[in-house]
Ligand binder design. Structure first.
Ligand SMILES: Nc1ncnc2c1ncn2[C@@H]1O[C@H](COP(=O)(O)OP(=O)(O)OP(=O)(O)O)[C@@H](O)[C@H]1O
Length: 606
């Protein structure tokens, strides 16, 4: 669970600079108090009342230094000089010693924490992405970072210095008349403690609002991702209505709970403040009439106390703004604290990330593997399977039988609950996950294409590959046939704004990309969508040329593609039901035979 300390830790790397800039800002705020003090003393000079002792001494010192007699002009010169110094001379230095550093810290922290968030995105386990969609994650990160960035200058540059300024005013007034200072202090503590209590309640509401906003954003992102389905089913009106309901719910929280809460708070603060200002006026007037304080002190006390009370409004506005930001900040830290599982940060902060540590022959042994995504339901049960080096093994079975899950365990996306997977006799859990995964390559059903050229996409896993190596991989995967029809060949831009590739072309690109990294084990998750005959045929040819060059695992949906496999493994309800070659399994007349017959008649795609 994230807490306030996480916000402090966010800015911890800059603590020295932070203390310096907060101190500078506070000093500037306190130095400002010299002005009403000097004006009070000027009033005393003009009305022939005695000056305060320290001012008298300063005037005497100035007279000594300049050989001028102590008189009204000298006193006024000194006091005006003081005002000039704390206003005009101070002005050009203040923004550089305060504003500059506050924003510098906020922006630097933003850069660093954006990096941390990206590193987190890269190292979170896949299951996190099963539960959270891109819109939700992006929204949470963006709002968290923005609120830290905007919140820091408010707190460091305004809230703390203003509080210290109020404290300075209290000290000033206490020197003049302790009764006024006591009233001032009591009213201040009352207002602040009431405001803080109310704000605490409002933070709870803000948290709820933040969750609602995340849900809306998440659905909007889903609509964008699944826009084809939305249009195909003509559910635009339904989606809009659902989002409207969410937005209405958000407004209800914002308007009726939050906004009302803030307005109530402001009303109370204003009333109490005005009452206190009036009380101080009365008390100061009585003290002046009784001769306890001079006319100058009367003006100064009134000016200072109205300065202090006028600071209360910005102080409570800043506290309110922090309360509004707090929940987004917390949700950002909760995201950063999500456990990374085995995909530790070490995976991305390697000194030499392309270094190849392992080379395998490709012998894989699944030994008594059992696994379930949640503890109540086993997806794989006691799997025992030996894959020899350079063998091509096909995993078949009806949808949901556990084929992809077995591969996910091999890739270490998940850990089996029991059993172990050995590669060349070594338990894969003992290997460095990044270096291990680099020796495997997978071609997914839906091949991801990044926005860039075909060449960039091909070299994604091995950026230093030569053009000849790329061409060789493309020849095997039959990508060369695709490329020669593209306007700029390998330099044609694909992805967001470029050429659209068909399902078959993407798969071939995926195979070439995988081959280019020269993996010891190649995994091919065959597309379930029906590819056109030519694409299917060229992928089969590509697979044929790879056979025997490395260990290959095919998650097969079309049984025509697995006839040539050295071994066919039939999974049924998470268990291995049959193992053998195409001919052997047909002879057994079991599940494989049945699936084969159904596919022959075109009734089923597994
Ligand atoms: N991330 C997940 N969280 C929870 N359950 C999951 C997850 N992924 C898969 N499953 C469940 O595990 C079971 C096996 O799924 P798996 O994807 O391994 O089957 P498959 O044989 O590869 O299916 P298909 O041929 O449709 O891809 C299914 O019942 C599925 O609902």
């Amino acid at each position: 669970m994230a807490n306030f300390r996480d916000i402090l830790n966010y800015f911890r790397p800059y603590w020295k600079l932070s203390i310096f800039s907060i101190t500078a800002s506070s000093l500037y705020e306190i130095i400002d108090l010299v002005v009403p003090y000097a004006i009070g003393q000027i009033l005393n000079v003009l009305s022939n009342q005695p000056l305060d002792k320290p001012v008298q001494e300063a005037v005497a010192t100035l007279a000594n230094l300049t050989n001028y007699p102590v008189n009204k002009s000298l006193s006024l010169t000194l006091l005006l000089g003081l005002i000039f110094f704390v206003t005009v001379v101070r002005a050009p230095t203040q923004p550089w010693l305060t504003l500059w550093f506050h924003w510098d810290i906020a922006l630097r922290a933003r850069r660093d924490k954006t990096q941390t968030a990206i590193a987190k995105i890269l190292t979170l386990p896949l299951e996190f992405y099963d539960e959270n969609n891109p819109g939700r994650i992006a929204g949470r990160i963006a709002r968290g970072l923005a609120n830290h960035t905007w919140g820091y200058p408010e707190i460091a540059g305004q809230f703390i210095p203003k509080l210290l300024r109020v404290l300075g005013i209290f000290v000033f007034i206490a020197f003049i008349e302790w009764r006024i200072a006591a009233l001032f202090l009591i009213s201040f503590i009352l207002i602040l403690s009431f405001s803080l209590k109310e704000l605490q309640r409002l933070v709870g509401c803000e948290m709820r609002l933040d969750k609602y906003m995340e849900n809306t954003e998440s659905r909007t992102s889903e609509i964008v991702t699944n826009i084809k389905t939305v249009k195909a089913f003509a559910t635009e009106a339904k989606e809009l209505e659902r989002q409207k309901q969410r937005l209405r719910r958000e407004l209800k929280v914002v308007d009726y709970r939050l906004h009302k809460g803030y307005v109530k708070l402001a009303t109370l603060q204003k009333t109490v403040i005005q009452f206190c200002v009036f009380m101080i006026l009365g008390l100061t007037l009585v003290s002046t009439i009784n001769g306890k304080i001079s006319l100058g002190h009367f003006v100064m006390t009134l000016t200072l106390s109205s300065m202090a009370y006028s600071e209360l409004e910005p102080i409570s506005n800043l506290a309110e703004s922090f309360a509004r930001r707090y929940s987004s900040m917390m949700r950002f830290h909760e995201f950063l604290q999500t456990p990374s599982g085995i995909d530790l940060d070490g995976l991305i902060f390697k000194e030499n990330p392309t270094e190849i540590l392992y080379e395998f022959t490709g012998k894989i042994e699944f030994s008594h593997i059992s696994f379930g995504y949640d503890s109540n339901r086993q997806v794989l049960q006691d799997i025992n399977l030996l894959i020899e080096p350079y063998q091509t093994v096909a995993l078949v079975g009806i949808s949901g039988s556990g084929k992809s899950t077995l591969v996910k365990l091999l890739l270490r996306y998940f850990e089996p609950q029991t059993g172990q997977i050995l590669i060349d006799g070594e338990d894969i859990r003992t290997l460095d996950v990044g270096n291990y995964r680099r020796r495997l390559a997978i071609v997914h059903q839906e091949v991801d294409v990044f926005n860039g050229t075909i060449l960039d996409n091909l070299k994604y896993g091995r950026t230093n590959a030569t053009f000849e190596q790329v061409q060789e991989a493309c020849r095997i995967a039959k990508v060369d046939e695709v490329v020669q029809h593209l306007p700029q060949g390998y330099y044609t831009v694909v992805g967001e704004r470029g050429v659209r590739l068909s399902g078959g072309q993407r798969q071939r690109l995926g195979i070439a990309r995988a081959l280019l990294v020269e993996p010891d084990i190649l995994i091919f998750d065959e597309a379930t969508s029906s590819l056109d005959y030519e694409s299917e045929r060229s992928i089969q040819l590509a697979m044929g040329s790879i056979q025997g060059t490395r260990t290959t695992i095919i998650i097969a949906h079309r049984l025509t593609t697995v006839r040539e496999a050295d071994k066919i493994v039939v999974l049924d309800k998470g268990k291995i039901a049959e193992v053998g070659s195409h001919a052997e399994l047909l002879r057994q007349e079991g599940i494989y035979h049945r699936l084969h017959s159904l596919q022959e008649t075109g009734d089923i795609i597994v």
